[in-house]
Design a binder for this molecule. Structure first.
Ligand SMILES: CC(C)(COP(=O)(O)OP(=O)(O)OC[C@H]1O[C@@H](n2cnc3c(N)ncnc32)[C@H](O)[C@@H]1OP(=O)(O)O)[C@@H](O)C(=O)NCCC(=O)NCCS
Length: 172
């Protein structure tokens, strides 16, 4: 928890009742952030794939996957999700997002810290992620957090769409 003047900032597990608000926030961030990076059609496709409320609610049942929310004065302002990949000692940071009006205040770092804590508690020594090669601000943030580029991958995600990513990893 962090208190900045009157502002209370904390990271908490996402609950089933928060899922609709999370999906609305994801759509807002994606529509603002990704038009410069991927096509409008790919944004809609990936939002449906990843942020369908039913899918998120199913993921909340899993024991190897975590969803956290960043609350600023009680309002959902960012989120993260991460899961055990099945490779020994490896957690994947699958999502890390902070609303534009609240970026560069260290909140992404707060979400990451919680993921790191869970990863360590599960005996992981590596946190991995995939980030679009043109997502420069996010790559800068990940470098600042201690990740480095491990490889370059192009992943077919169906319907003619491809994710052109760097895989970045951090020893923990
Ligand atoms: C990437 C992201 C999660 C980082 O969260 P954040 O709360 O803004 O980041 P922090 O305050 O913890 O760290 C900020 C660092 O990120 C980088 N960064 C973030 N936004 C940036 C921007 N608009 N321009 C340049 N660098 C930026 C910088 O390295 C910055 O460090 P600095 O402020 O000391 O220069 C957030 O900016 C975000 O949601 N971006 C849009 C969505 C996205 O791309 N998510 C990652 C998908 S893989």
């Amino acid at each position: 928890m962090r208190s900045e003047g009157e502002t209370l900032v904390r990271v908490a597990p996402l609950a089933v009742g928060d899922v609709d608000r999370l999906c609305a926030l994801a759509a807002e961030i994606w529509h603002r952030h990704y038009p410069a990076i991927i096509s409008a059609a790919q944004i809609e496709y990936m939002l449906r794939q990843r942020y369908d409320p039913g899918t998120v609610r199913e993921e909340l049942q899993r024991k190897d996957l975590w969803w956290d929310q960043l609350l600023v004065d009680g309002e959902i302002t960012g989120f993260a999700s991460y899961f055990l990949t099945g490779n020994a000692g490896e957690m994947k940071l699958d999502k890390l997002y902070v609303h534009h009006d609240h970026q560069r205040k260290g909140y992404g770092g707060m979400l990451l810290d919680r993921a790191l804590g869970i990863a360590r508690a599960y005996g992981c020594d590596t946190l991995t992620l995939a980030v679009n090669k043109n997502n420069r601000n996010a790559i800068a943030a990940y470098r600042k957090y201690g990740f480095h580029i491990a490889e370059s991958v192009a992943k077919d995600i169906g319907s003619g769409f491809v994710m052109d990513d760097y895989v970045m990893t951090k020893s923990i």
